[in-house]
Design a protein around this ligand. Sequence first.
Ligand code: ZN
Length: 300
Amino acid sequence: MKDVPRILGEYTSGKKGPLLFVSGGVHGNEPSGVLALQKIFKILHKEQPAIKGRVVGVSGNRRALMENVRFIDEDLNRVWTEENVRSGKEDSHEKKEMFDIIEVLKKVSEKDHTKRYFLDCHTTSSDSEPYISVQVVNDNDSWAHEFPTYIIRGFSDIVKGCIDHYESRIGMTGFVFEGGQHESKTSQLNHEGMIWLAIHYACGLDLNALPAYPEAAKMLEDKRKHRKTFEIIYRHGIDDKDEFSMEPGFSNFQKLEKGQLLAHQNGKPIYSDWNDYIFMPLYQSQGNDGFFVVKEVKEV
Ligand SMILES: [Zn+2]
């Protein structure tokens, strides 16, 4: 995509309230959150609806977005460790982007807000139902349950240095939203829907007061009756030297049965020990996670 500014948009109608800080394109091959934000700010500025507080949208890895690659030197969603942030070292392209985003967040946080929310928009390499990935700290989990999509707990704890970890660490409330496959048109709609709903739930925007109720928000709301909450119960790790091939046709959140053939590793079949759900089956050549198994749990 063309060069995008760091601040994709900022909107307030002058009423006191929370800050909603939305990021898109933290991975440069995932432009759909950026496109969704641009579209929504256009509508907000045109229609000038009343909201409480302020919405700010930022782009993630600007150079990687421009070059349509996932990252330049290292994954921008792995650099937000306490150590990196404390050290102040800008020794990779992504660390520069990180400190730039931190500056923006600090600046907008100086204004008087009643609470601070974040939403980090991503997409996935394979087709998927949209889902929320939530780190169970602060009041993130109950906040996530305001929303209609699938919710995964605990995935965020497996990886380190994500932007949402940083945001939670500094006392903000929020989650990561995976809108669907990278290139899918539906992913952008899912992002639009999620951002509209976040503005509604965080800043009290009356979606019915807009000249046209956002179709994308309705599309997501329709998923509420089928919402499930999952926890990770198993990770199938693989080594670089392992030969691993997933059986074809698995999609995210597909129900498994005990004894079902899942994959082959070094020529040996791997069968399901579970009657639960598969998550992130590996169909790319690279990666150390073969697949995960997630279990449906009670919401609270
Ligand atoms: Zn991503």
